[in-house]
Ligand binder design. Structure first.
Ligand SMILES: O=C(O)CCC(=O)C(=O)O
Ligand SMILES: [Fe+2]
Length: 330
C-alpha cells in the first residue's frame, strides 16, 4: 500500500494552473550556505567568565540571527538516532492508516500533509508531519517504542528548552522563574516532519515560509539540508551539522523580549531526489498564559496563547497562511 499522501490528485488543479505562472517560489539553486552561530553549552560549566561569554553569545545570536546551533547539549546521539528510526517507521506506514482519525490514538489532525486550504503553490507544503501535542502522549499506546522514545526525547528537550529560555532571559532581565511558571512539559509539542522527494523542487516548498508559534524551537535534522532562513532580506541555507541541534526564536519570545530577539521567517526547500526528516520541539506556554513585553514602551498588545492561536486559525482560513505577530502590533 502506498505510503505517500496523494499530493498529485489533491493539488492537480493548483499544479496545472501554476505551471504557467510567472511568479513561482524560488528554486533550489544559488543560495548561500551559512553556518549558524555555534554555541558550545559545555562552556556554561567552565568558569564564570566562560559562562557569561556563552550566555552573551547566545543572546547576540538571538538578536542578530534569531537562529543558532548548539553542541554539547546533553541529548544523547543514541536517543536522537532512535527518534529518527521511529519517525521513519511511522511515516513508512500506508497513507490510509496515517490519515485515520485515531491514528496512534492521537487527536484529529495530528497527522497533516500538504495544506488543506492551499490556493496556490505559495501556500502548499510538499511534506507530511505528525504534530504531537505532548499532553496527548498519555493517550498513546504505552508499550510502543515510538511512544517511549517520544516521551524520553520530550523530557530531555523540555529540560534543554527551559534552560535555553532562561539563559536568554538573563540578558533581558526577565525573572528567572518566568518559564517554570508558564510552561509545563505538556504545554509544548513535537512535530515530526517528513519531506518526500518532490518532482517539482523549483516550483514549491517543503515547508512554506513561516515563523514558529512558541518561545523557541529545537530542531533535529538529518544531513540532507534544505532549511533556509531569511537574513538581511535574502534567503540563506543552513548548513547541517551532525553534532548540533538548531535553535530558533519563536513569536512569543519576540513579543516577550519586546522585539529584541527575532522570530525569523524560515522555510524548507523541496528536494527532488532525497527524502528528508526533521523533528521540531516547540517550547510553548499553557493556553491561558498572557504574553506581555518585558520592557516599555511595548511594541505589542498583550495576548494569551489561546488568543494568538485563534487569530492564526482565522487568518489561515481567510488567507491560507498565518499572519502572526504583526496582528498584535500597537
Ligand atoms: O524541517 C526543518 O528543518 C524545519 C521545520 C520547521 O520549520 C517547523 O516544523 O516549523
Ligand atoms: Fe518552523
Amino acid at each position: 500500500m502506498a505510503i505517500e499522501p496523494p499530493f498529485f490528485e489533491k493539488y492537480k488543479a493548483i499544479l496545472q494552473s501554476s505551471a504557467n505562472e510567472k511568479e513561482k517560489p524560488s528554486t533550489v539553486e544559488g543560495f548561500e550556505e551559512l553556518e549558524l552561530p555555534l554555541i558550545d553549552l559545555s562552556h556554561l560549566n567552565l568558569g564564570p567568565l566562560e559562562r557569561q561569554e556563552c550566555i552573551e553569545k547566545m543572546g547576540q545570536a538571538a538578536i542578530e540571527w534569531g537562529f543558532f546551533q548548539i553542541v554539547n547539549h546533553a541529548v544523547p546521539d543514541e536517543l536522537l538516532n532512535r527518534l529518527k528510526q521511529e519517525q521513519i517507521k511511522v511515516f513508512q506506514q500506508p497513507f490510509d492508516k496515517k490519515s485515520e482519525n485515531n491514528f496512534l490514538n492521537l487527536s484529529v489532525q495530528s497527522y497533516r500533509w500538504g495544506n488543506p486550504l492551499a490556493t496556490s503553490l505559495r501556500n502548499l507544503s510538499w511534506s507530511e508531519a505528525l504534530h504531537i501535542s505532548l499532553k496527548d502522549i498519555s493517550k498513546m499506546d504505552e508499550y510502543n517504542k515510538l511512544t517511549s522514545t517520544i516521551e524520553e526525547y520530550a523530557e530531555k528537550a523540555n529540560f534543554l528548552a527551559q534552560r535555553l529560555a532562561e539563559y536568554l532571559a538573563q540578558n533581558l532581565g526577565i525573572k528567572a522563574n518566568y518559564f517554570q511558571e508558564n510552561c509545563s512539559p505538556s504545554s509544548s509539542s513535537l512535530r515530526m516532519n517528513r519531506y518526500p522527494p518532490c518532482p517539482y523542487p523549483s516550483m514549491m516548498f517543503g515547508i512554506i515560509p513561516h515563523t514558529d508559534t512558541d518561545f523557541l524551537t529545537i530542531v533535529s535534522q538529518d544531513q540532507v539540508g534544505g532549511l533556509q532562513l531569511k537574513r538581511n532580506g535574502r534567503w540563506v541555507s543552513v548548513k547541517p551539522n551532525p553534532k548540533a541541534l538548531v535553535v530558533n526564536i519563536g513569536d512569543f519570545y519576540q513579543a516577550l523580549s519586546n522585539g529584541v530577539y527575532k522570530s525569523i521567517t524560515h522555510r524548507v526547500i523541496a528536494n527532488q531526489e532525497t527524502e528528508r526528516y526533521s523533528a521540531a520541539y516547540f517550547y510553548c506556554p499553557t493556553y491561558e498564559t498572557v504574553i506581555e513585553s518585558c520592557s516599555k514602551p511595548s511594541l505589542y498588545k498583550k495576548f494569551s496563547f489561546k488568543e494568538y492561536r485563534e487569530q492564526i486559525q482565522k487568518d489561515v482560513k481567510a488567507t491560507g497562511d498565518k499572519v502572526g505577530l504583526s496582528r498584535f502590533l500597537l
